[in-house]
Structures are given as C-alpha cells and as structure tokens.
Design a binder for this molecule. Sequence first.
Ligand code: FEO
Ligand code: CA
Ligand code: CA
Ligand code: CA
Length: 605
Amino acid sequence: STTSGDALPGMRFDAVAPNTEDAVVIPDGYRQEVVIRWGDPVLPGAPEFDFANQTPEAQAGQFGFNNDFAGLIPVDGVADHHYLVANLEYPTEPFMFAGYIDGEPTEQQARIAMASVGIAIVEVTSKAGTGALTPVVGPRNRRLTASSPFRLTGPAAGSEFVKTAADPAGTTVLGTFANCSGGLTPWGTMLSGEENFNNYFANPSTITDPKAAERLERYSFDDDGDEHHWGRFDRRFDLAVEPNEGNRFGYIVEVDPHDPNAVPVKHSSMGRFKHESANIYVVGSGPDKDTVVAYSGDDERFEYIYKFVSSRKMKSGLSKTAREHNMGILDEGTLYVATFTGDSPDPVDGSGTPPASGKFAGKGSWKPLLTVNADGSARSYIPGMTPAEVAVFTRQAADTVGATKMDRPEDIEPNPKTGKVYCALTNNDDRGTDGKAAADAVNPRNENKNGQVLEMTDDHTGTEFTWELLLVCGDPGAADTYYGGFDKTKVSAISCPDNVAFDPHGNLWISTDGNALDSNDGLFAVALDGERRGETKQFLTVPKGGETCGPIIDTDRVLIAVQHPGELDDHSADNPASHWPDGGDSQPRPAVVAVWRDGGAEIGV
Ligand code: FEO
Ligand code: CA
Ligand code: CA
Ligand code: CA
C-alpha cells in the first residue's frame, strides 16, 4: 500500500486531532512555552503590560498586536542569540480595549492602535536544555510602527503619485502596517509584506479625478473599508486631505536587524499590491553568479502571483559596505506576473473533482511588467504606463497582460532543497458567482471555501514553468479534495492554507487561517516526494478563535505566532471567548510560542 511504513523524517509524530480547545495542542512527547506576548516589553524602559491602563507610549515600546510572520536571524558574533523578527499585522480594537464602541475610537485608542502595528525585532536567547526562547530587553531591539520613517526606493520614489505635504520629495514614508507574512533574505535581513493597507484610509469617495478614483477602486479603497478611523486623529490618513498617502503603502519592506538605526526600505521595483510576503531563491553559486529571485502573492480574491528577478548580485558578509549593497538587490531587476494554463483535455466543471488524468496540472509563463536598471533608469512593458505607474499601480499593469486571477495568493515560498515553489491559495467564496471569473485549471472549484496548494516547477530566472496542485483542501472524505494522490483516509484534514515553510528535511509545513471544517486552526506537515507525497499530518492546533501564523520549523524547535486568539463572533474584550495564554479570567493575547521535543530530540524524527 502507498501508506505503509513510517512517515518521512520530520513527520514522525502523533497527529493532533481536530478540536476546539482554548489551548495550543501539541503531539505527545512535546513541550511548549510562550516566547513573547502582546504588551510584553521590547525596548529598554518600556513598562509591563497593563490591559486596563494602556498608553500609546507604552505600546510603542512593547510587543504589538496580532503577530503574523516570524523569523529568527542569528545575532552576529553572539552564540545562541537571535533576532526574533515579527510582523504585527493589524489592530482589532474590540479585543484590545474594554468598552470599545464600534466605529468610534477615542484618540487614545487610535494612537495605541497606531503603535501596536508594524514590526518588532527582539533579541532572544535559548534556554539551556529546552527549545524555549527568552527575550532580552536591550539595545538591539527595535519597534517599527505606523510612524517610523522608511526610505522609498525604485520608480515610485520621487514620483507625482507619492508626494505629500509632509514629504514633498516623495521619498520618506512614515510607517508600515498591515504587515502580513514575510521572509528572510540570505544576506541577513527581513522582508515584510504590506497587505490590507486600504483599510486604514478615510474618504476615498472624495477623490473625483476619474483616473485617480479608478486607481483607488482597483486597490479596493472604499469609505466603508476604513476600519480603524485613524484619519480623524492624523489627517494624512484622510484621502480628502492627503490624496497620495495611500499610494505610499502596499510595498515589500526590508529591515536590517543588525543595525538598530538603519532606515528600513520600501522596494517599489517589486510592485505595489496586497503583498502577502516575499521569499527568495538564489540561482547559481559564487559572488558574481548568484541571481536573486523573489516570489510574492497579492492576497485578494482574483489577484495575481508575481516574481522579481534581480540583476544585482549579492555581496557576502555583514560589513557595512556589504549590507548597504545588498539592501539594493530588490531595487534592480525585472518584475513579472504569472499566467497559467491547464494540461487536461477535460473541461473544468468547477466541482473541484480531479480530472480523469488524476491531478490538476499544466504550464505557465511569466509576463514582464517593469525593468529597473542599476543607474535607476527603468523600462515599462505596458503601453501607456510609465515605469512609476507600473510600480505604483501594478495591478492595473498586470490586468493588461492577461495575468491569471487566483484564489487569494497567500504565502509563496521556494523549497530550498528542490527549488520547487509552493503557494497557498487560501479560498475564494466568490469564484464562479455573480459574473465573477469561473473555475479554471489552477483554481478548479467554484465558491471555493477550503483553498488549494500550488506547486510550481519554475525556471527561476526565465519565463516558463510547469505546475500542479499538491492539495485541493477540505474534507478528505469529499470528492472535491485531493491530497497529492495519497490515501485520503490516512491524512489530517486541512482547510484555508495561509503561511508556508519548510523543515530541514524538505517537508512542506502549512499554517491555516479560517478552518472551514469545525476545528481550531492548525499547523500541518505535508510530504512532497515519493510514495508518501501528499501525506498531511496536523502537528498542532491554536486556541479557539485564533489563527496559526509564523511558522518556523527548525531541527529542534517549532515556532508559531498565535494571531487573534478568542476572536469569535459575539465576543469582545467585554466578553472574552479565550483566556489564552495567561489563564484565569485574563484577556486573550496574541503571542509567539516555542514547541520542542522532550529531551531536545529532533522534531519529527
Ligand atoms: Fe494577512 Fe493574506 O493574510
Ligand atoms: Ca496570511
Ligand atoms: Ca513562509
Ligand atoms: Ca491570515
């Protein structure tokens, strides 16, 4: 049978069953400990968390709200110390403040929210004999919030689309928010995707210039979408006052943790859209042969998959010269968008049932949108659009080349062992409804509630690839699911894939957001090769109402970020559904958790 024998190395643990516990549930023989929670001090002098007495000043020095991506970067020259880099995606005010009145934040609440988002860089040290990590509150730490200065690079910088009263040069942006997933670079920096930035801006309907209004609509700006009401207290978030401010968000952000004073960058050469993340693959070897390729998805219904092929080679080491040079790698090169076609002669019927050939598969190609040269000059491939327009209104550029409308591209990441590229397409309720695009070969299910996982075999620096669906997620007992050809009676059910990562053995790990199968969200390992391809095992589940983020899968430690624990309908800080992680009658707090194996043995072997 295809399911005989042991699971692959890295996947030898007892799968965690679906559940609705208010806890992080891990396999037998494993242990866990919280690393850092919302409100824990990050900067020296920051106070301890005090839910009832929050201030913007305290929050700006503490770990922020709704941690998503997490990464560990070694501290140069200090054994067993790492920078924990974490995205702090978005505030959910009804769960942050007692007595919050929906749509009516006080100025104090809005300013706490502005300080709660962005990025945290926290030095952590290993605890001897365990996989636990302890924060070091010291001078290496950093908090980036909605007001920290960033340098805008690439064709958007200095263009008419990003100039504001506060920044007439159009080169210095205050703040980052909606930071969803991200990635680490081989040159020691962190990449962070600015995703649902449209939800922070008031009054797009006041923009009457037809071209500007069309651009706002293409990025889903909407008066009702202003969820946080910051524009009432900081007028730059009111588009009626500062019409270009929204064009200054939606980029890939790069942060160098090795220098707490280094100004972080927003790379407009990689385009502006709802970047879920960016992840790097390096082709070739040697200082002058390496070509850096970055993959990124645009997470909204019917949006696209992109890649950026750099023309600047990496310098090795962490010298100041090398770091400054490497921070420009993602400014020079060519931005592409993906198109997909199917191989099967059978028509796609929208049911999600695999075709007679057994699997969904096909070919694709990358269409160039923009090339940026070393001297800053640039070429647009889109008739009627300048390079700056392609960099800022990338979705509209991609529309013109027939890019394939996907089911919400979340994290996309190359497997360092094989080079194959994996993208989580989380779900798309609107597929095939009401005049919207119908199912196609790579998005084969109408009203897609459970999502699918795409595997691409890409000529990284070239323009052609082949693809197949590794998973069509959902109830393994249903006809509209596919688990890589593995015996579906022997897998853990997975739904709504979001973040992806790889373990040191080359297995794919997937964390979920919005499980449609009546269980808490979880973290799953998936076998990719041989007769066990498609075997899917749940490693942990997160507390009820939470979402599984992070994740990092190391040899002897798994790190996850638990986002929005307790966020269930009809609950709020006045009526908490979860008391994780502090227990008793405490408020739930998003937190990063380390999981390791008793005695320090390797994960899953
Ligand atoms: Fe913030 Fe695409 O999830
Ligand atoms: Ca996500
Ligand atoms: Ca990832
Ligand atoms: Ca998510």
